[in-house]
Structure formats: structure tokens, C-alpha cells
Design a protein around this ligand. Sequence first.
Ligand SMILES: [Cu+2]
Length: 174
Amino acid sequence: MSAGDRVEARREPGRIGGGARTAMLMTALLVAIAGCAAQPSATASAPESRSVTPPTEPASPTPVARPHVTAIPGAPASAVVLQLAAERVRWDVDTLTVPAGMTWTLELDNRDGPPEIHNFGIVDGPSVADRIFVSPNTQGPIMATYEIPGLPAGTYEFVCTVHPEVMRGTLIVQ
Ligand SMILES: [Cu+2]
């Protein structure tokens, strides 16, 4: 559309026989006017399109945009073995401490029978969506052993993602 306008603008001054400078000036003026005219119409139509896009935009990027700690690939194994029990929808300890940058072993004693199920997850934020690791769910009574990936030093939370409100603890990686 704007390309067509420019071509016509160049032709008209050409017929009049004005110099190349006049033609160029006219073209520049017309382009400038077209640019000025185009901007208000673009901003005027923008609210319509904006009202369509925002609902989809904030929904998806927000969780992903957040910096997220990930497990260290190929972290060496430590000899650390920790026990953790789930009983009556509570963990039996509040804090677990493990070495930084090394994998460790968790012996998860799920003492709750049906209908409860539990898992062991590590999160680095307030939401269980910020999960770094989550074991499979188990239904007790059952003992399960997991190799937990190595993490950078820091303070995390361990959580059962099925019961995140009541089954939370602090994981200290140092
Ligand atoms: Cu649970």
C-alpha cells in the first residue's frame, strides 16, 4: 500500500517536469505525511488487537520467564543416605542437609495407606510448579529409594506435591 503510494508520488512530479530534487522533495513529503497519517491509525487500531493478545501472553510466559535452578548434569555421587518418612500426611523431619554438587540417596518411608499418596519433590520457589525434581507417587505402606540429583549450594524446599500445604520442609544444600 505504501509502496504503491510512493510510486504514484514519483510519477506525478515527473509529468509536471519539475527537477529531480522537486520530485524527491515531494516524495519525501508524501512519505512523511503518509507516515504521520499511518501512525495515528495504527495506535487507534492497536487497542482492538491488544485486547485479544494479552490474555494469552501473561498466562504462558510468566512461569517460564522466572530464573530456575536445574539439577547439575553428571554430578558425582556422594555417600549420603537420608531417611524421610511420611505419616498421617506429614513429614517426620523439617530439614534435610546434603552436599552441594553431588547426588545423594533418599530412603522414603511412606507409612500412609490408601487413599493417601505421596511423593518427594524439590522446589526452588513458592509454587510447586518451580520443581527441580519430583519422584513418582507411592501409596503406602512402602519404602522407596531414590537417587536425588546434585544441586548448586543453596536453600530449597522439599515438598510432597500432592500435599504442598502441609508436607513441606527445608533442604539445605551446602
Ligand atoms: Cu503427600
